[in-house]
Design a protein around this ligand. Structure first.
Ligand code: CIZ
Ligand code: SF4
Length: 304
């Protein structure tokens, strides 16, 4: 096994040779976040992929995120260092079942969370992120909205819109197992901390939190907040960015179980192998790419 510094040096020199940029989700392993050119949320990273003057994008996240980068940057080679890193929530909706639901609700429009595969995006009217879900739903010219795949995000949106939300029965296994009791115990342990929760959490968890934010929303809020302590109700990989950006503040994970194993599949060795072998290239068939791009572009017109 090579030592860490040797691997990092090799990654840096291959990155130059290939004209590559490394994008890492804020739930990725700490050491992967540290060598990345950009760390962010899935959509922010895909937009970064578009803006970069690079030939190769190494995407350190799960497959739906790399697919979004390939959808938005078809002229670039998008690599996933481990092709088995998949989001279980994204796998909870597929096109045939979505078509069935559309048949049952012919007047409804379909909003899909970015945590979906490209074919599901292509089958939807518009995408949303956790930061803009309410705005996207309210922008639509329909009273009924099929919302896929996250039932928790759907419930959050339903609380903030007059439209009828028809939820899909999907969920993020990581956020869904954060329980109300976890929040209460953490709040008892850290009475001065503000509680920040991601809207993929259950309604009860959101009710007991001080603020509900997307990952980028959390990172931005903490930087400007006068509070010095925070309980974080989302996947614990984000703690690293929070600590790097705010060394004077304290962060407590709401639960030690809020851990996404798929987001941790990519390590430094995998990044190096990916740049050496130019694997695994992420491609999306052109008809699906155009459909998914239409849903993403439509969302970007609404505003992030
Ligand atoms: O839970 C996730 O995977 C999130 C928050 C993804 C994203 O959109 O950044
Ligand atoms: Fe999927 Fe949840 Fe992991 Fe995000 S944290 S990649 S939504 S399983």
């Amino acid at each position: 096994m090579q030592d860490r510094q040797t691997i990092i040096n090799k990654i840096k020199s291959l990155k130059k040779e290939r004209n590559a940029v490394i994008l890492a989700h804020c739930y990725a392993r700490n050491e992967v976040q540290d060598i990345a050119d950009f760390v962010g949320d899935s959509l922010g990273l895909s937009q970064e992929a578009v803006d970069q003057d690079a030939d190769v994008i190494v995407f350190c996240g799960v497959s739906f995120m790399a697919e979004s980068a390939a959808v938005l940057s078809p002229e670039k080679t998008v690599l996933m260092p481990d092709a088995d890193a998949n989001c279980p929530m994204a796998a909870m909706v597929d096109v045939p079942s979505l078509r069935e639901m559309k048949k049952e609700h012919p007047d409804a429009m379909v909003v899909c969370y970015v945590n979906t595969r490209a074919d599901v995006k292509a089958e939807s009217d518009i995408c949303c992120t956790s930061a803009n879900a309410v705005e996207v739903v309210n922008s639509l010219d329909a009273d009924e909205i099929i919302f896929v795949p996250d039932k928790n995000l759907a419930a959050y949106v339903a609380e903030h819109t007059d439209k009828k939300i028809i939820p899909w029965n999907g969920y993020c296994p990581v956020h869904n197992q954060i329980l109300e009791e976890d929040v209460i115990l953490a709040a008892n342990d850290h009475p001065d901390a503000e509680i920040l929760a991601h809207p993929e959490c259950r309604s009860k968890v959101l009710e007991d939190s001080d603020h509900v934010f997307s990952t980028t929303g959390m990172l931005n809020y903490v930087k400007d907040s006068s509070c010095n302590e925070f309980i974080i109700s989302t996947e614990q990989g984000i703690m690293h960015q929070l600590e790097v950006e705010n060394p004077e503040k304290k962060f407590y994970p709401v639960s030690k179980f809020a851990f996404c194993s798929d987001m941790k599949m990519i390590n430094l060795e995998a990044v190096l192998r990916s740049l050496e072998s130019m694997e695994h290239v992420v491609t999306v068939p052109e008809d699906i790419r155009l459909g998914a791009k239409r849903s993403l572009d439509r969302m970007l017109e609404v505003r992030r």
